[in-house]
Structure formats: structure tokens, C-alpha cells
Design a binder for this molecule. Structure first.
Ligand code: ADP
Ligand code: ASP
Ligand code: MG
Length: 406
């Protein structure tokens, strides 16, 4: 009997009507003769609301307690969905991350899955039940509740699909698949029928929140075929597999992404000598903070400026460490600014099409958008811009590279 993992995001279980509709889809899948494991997120904006309530208590909540709090959101969805399945006469049981034995490290708020012991899930499947698992959460070796980072239910779904050797992993969300740009920002964006793991990794890492980056990494590593589709229709969606539309068919640019909420930090007048970059960035890495774009100005009288971007949420945690290291290396000072965003173009076809970068820069220039930093790889080009320009930048790049519906 084939096993299918289905994941439903927050908007798909936002209210009773939607939960009942998810239950009907799950029951239909089970009736066709499949074993079904369902992963759900917290209803609607529950996770955001829980997080704000923590900040109403204190500006510096303990990360262990944040995870304790956030994990309650998913518990609401698993119990309600299981009740909805029961009322349709479909045998089902709900499990928290801990009951599903999803073992993680102790990096609260961004824990990594170490292993999944799926025996208990398999037992219930053998009894003919649908198993409903709380997404986004696990349990550490010390038996503390952990969460997997925002959007982490995607990762729960892929981890379960990999360890249960599922025939397919279906991700149900509020759009009809993966598009050439966020369809909420660019209404003319086109749905992709297929996309490769590699191109999807780029889209996710550059801000397309539709799939959590780690879920795509995991899917690639364990060769889990992902099918992204809408909870609200029966349209075909997008397949994420080893091969997307590559080779001759590959367009030079296949997507445009953006990431708001970045911060830029500049360490001013840094003595220009070997080992300095390593000192600065090791210090930041030790605090588990991701650095994104980096530029170093030309050396003037033995001094340079080093600028880089990080996620705005990490700024509070990063600044004291950066100020400390700046002092130690005898830099002049540290300046930080918020309201920075990153806009990127992505495409495996870029490898064989020269001139793409120049076209991107002149498109932004025509819109009078200033570029603060640039970073490139074989298959993407990113520019740091002001946050207020994001919408304009994404729309004009989408048009420039001919990505819209004809
Ligand atoms: P869920 O709650 O189902 O996990 P998310 O909000 O995490 O849903 O992800 C879906 C959202 O991702 C969409 O509503 C859309 O606005 C956004 N998105 C950003 N980039 C893309 C893209 N390239 N294709 C599809 N959706 C995208
Ligand atoms: N509820 C969590 C979040 O909002 C996990 C998820 O939706 O995937 O980030
Ligand atoms: Mg999500």
C-alpha cells in the first residue's frame, strides 16, 4: 500500500471550515488505498501572534521558552484536524513532534533534526489510521521541546517522507505552485510545471518563503519528490525533482526573488592585514548568525571598510559581538542600518548566457533604484537595495527578463 505524506500550511487550516475541507481531502486520499501521514502548521497567523505575546512580556524571551510557547500552535491544528477526520468516520490519531519521535539538537528556535524514529507512526498506520503530526517541532536529547525555524513544517514533512520512504510528499499551500516570482507581488507571474532541487534551493535561500530552505536541502539529499499545490483547488501544481527545465529549454532567468528585513553593518577603517576577515566572521559565526553579502572597500592608507548584511532579527544579538571585535582589531567604529532588502534573479540558464548581470543593473538604474551591494554565483545575481524599492524592483526585473504570462 503506497504511503503519502501531505503537509498543510497555516492558511490551509486557518478556521473550522478549512480544517473540515482538509479532512475531506485526507479522507479521499486514504479511501483510494493509501497510507496517509499528515503534517500541519499552526492555524493562520497563530505563530506570529504567539511570538508577539512573548515580546509583550519581555524584550529578551528565553529561546527555550519561545519554543515551548510556539509549539502550542501546531497542537491546536493536529487535534482539530484529527477530530474532523473522526467526524467523517476516518480513523486517525494526532502526534506532537515528541510523540512522533522527531529528535533534534538543542539549537532552540532553529533546531536541526538528528533522527526520526518512525516506529510509533508505522504502528498506527498498520492499524489503518491516518497519522496527523505537528509540524515545525521536535524534542531534544534532553527532552526539551524545540522548533525548526519559521516555515519548519515543510522540513517536518520532508523528514517524515524520507524516513517512511513515502511514495510522494505533497505540500499544500495558498498558491497553486512555485511561480517565477511571488504571485502576491507580481500578479502576472507564471507557474512552473517543474523545477530542479538546485533552482529551488536558490529560490528558497534568496527569500521565496514558499518552501523552507532546509526542507529542499533534505529533499535533495534523500531524493524526495515534492509536489507543491493549492489546498483550495485541484490544479496540478509544481513538481520539484532532480531535473527541472534545464539544457536548451532553460531560460536565462527563471525567477525573481526578494528578501526584506535585512540589516547592513559596516565596520569602519579596519586595518588591512591578513587574518582580519577571518577574525570578524568567525566571531559572528560562533553566535550562530548567518552573514549574507560581504564587501570590502579598496584599501586606503592601510585601512578598509568591511560591510555585510545579516537578517534584521539577528541584529540585536550580533551588534554587541561585532562592536567587541571591532574594538579588538582597532577599527574606527561600527555603523548599522535597517530597512535593507535583497532582490535576486535566479536561473540555471545564466551559465550559458553572458550579459545577464549588466541587464539587471541597467533595469534597476532605469527605475532609479540604487544598488548597495552585489553578490553573484553561477546561477544567481543579488543586489542589496532599499526596502521601499522592493516591489518596483521585483516587478521591473520580472518584466525585463520576459517572465510574465504572455
Ligand atoms: P504555508 O503557510 O502554506 O506554509 P507560506 O506562507 O509559508 O505558506 O508560503 C506560501 C507563500 O509563499 C505564498 O503565499 C507566496 O506569497 C509566497 N511566495 C514567495 N515566493 C513565491 C514563489 N516564487 N512562488 C510561489 N509562492 C511564493
Ligand atoms: N507555524 C510555523 C511558522 O509559522 C511553521 C510553519 O508554518 O511551517 O513558521
Ligand atoms: Mg510555509
Amino acid at each position: 500500500m503506497p504511503l503519502i505524506v501531505q503537509k498543510y500550511g497555516g492558511s490551509s487550516v486557518a478556521d473550522a471550515k478549512k480544517i473540515k475541507s482538509v479532512a475531506r481531502r485526507v479522507k479521499r486520499t486514504a479511501k483510494k488505498g493509501n497510507k496517509v501521514v499528515v503534517v500541519v502548521s499552526a492555524p493562520g497567523d497563530t505563530t506570529d501572534r504567539l511570538l508577539s505575546s512573548a515580546y509583550e512580556i519581555t524584550a529578551h524571551p528565553s529561546e527555550r521558552e519561545v519554543d515551548m510557547l510556539l509549539s502550542t500552535g501546531e497542537q491546536i491544528s493536529i487535534s482539530l484536524l484529527t477530530m474532523a477526520l473522526h467526524s467523517l468516520g476516518c480513523p486517525a490519531i494526532s502526534f506532537t513532534g515528541s510523540q512522533a519521535r522527531i529528535l533534534t539538537d538543542t539549537a532552540y528556535t532553529k533546531a536541526r533534526i538528528l533522527s526520526v524514529d518512525a516506529e510509533r507512526i508505522k504502528d498506527e498506520l498498520r492499524k489503518g489510521k491516518v497519522v496527523v503530526v505537528a509540524g515545525f517541532q521536535g524534542i531534544s536529547q534532553e527532552e526539551d521541546i524545540t522548533t525548526l525555524g519559521r516555515g519548519g513544517s515543510d522540513t517536518t514533512a520532508v523528514a517524515l517522507a524520507a524516513s517512511l520512504k513515502a511514495a510522494s510528499c505533497e505540500i499544500y499551500t495558498d498558491v497553486e505552485g512555485i511561480y517565477t516570482a511571488d504571485p502576491r507581488v507580481v500578479p502576472s507571474a507564471k507557474r512552473l510545471k517543474k523545477i530542479s532541487y538546485d533552482a529551488m534551493l536558490e529560490l528558497s535561500s534568496l527569500g521565496a518563503k514558499v518552501m523552507q530552505l532546509r526542507s529542499v536541502e533534505l529533499a535533495k539529499r534523500y531524493n524526495v519528490r515534492l509536489h507543491i499545490r493549492s489546498s483550495f483547488s485541484n490544479k496540478e501544481g509544481t513538481m520539484i525533482t532532480e531535473k527541472g527545465l534545464e539544457g536548451l529549454e532553460a531560460p536565462e532567468v527563471s525567477g525573481v526573488t526578494y528578501d526584506r528585513d535585512q540589516a547592513k553593518i559596516t565596520i569602519q577603517s579596519v586595518p588591512d592585514r591578513p587574518g582580519i576577515a577571518s577574525t570578524i566572521f568567525s566571531e559572528i559565526a560562533e553566535r550562530n548568525i548567518n552573514v549574507d553579502m560581504i564587501i570590502q572597500s579598496a584599501s586606503l592608507k592601510g585601512l578598509t571598510d568591511v560591510s555585510f548584511t545579516i537578517a534584521e532579527v539577528d541584529l540585536q544579538k550580533a551588534l554587541p559581538a561585532i562592536k567587541e571585535v571591532a574594538k579588538r582589531i582597532k577599527a574606527k567604529g561600527v555603523a548599522a542600518s535597517k530597512g535593507v532588502a535583497k532582490v535576486s534573479i535566479v536561473g540555471v540558464g545564466m551559465r550559458s548566457h553572458p550579459g545577464v548581470a549588466a541587464r539587471m543593473f541597467s533595469c534597476l538604474a532605469k527605475e532609479r533604484i540604487n544598488i548597495g551591494m552585489i553578490s553573484t554565483s553561477e546561477i544567481k545575481i543579488s543586489c542589496a537595495i532599499e526596502e521601499k524599492d522592493v516591489q518596483k524592483a521585483v516587478k521591473s526585473l520580472h518584466r525585463e527578463f520576459g517572465l510574465g504570462q504572455k
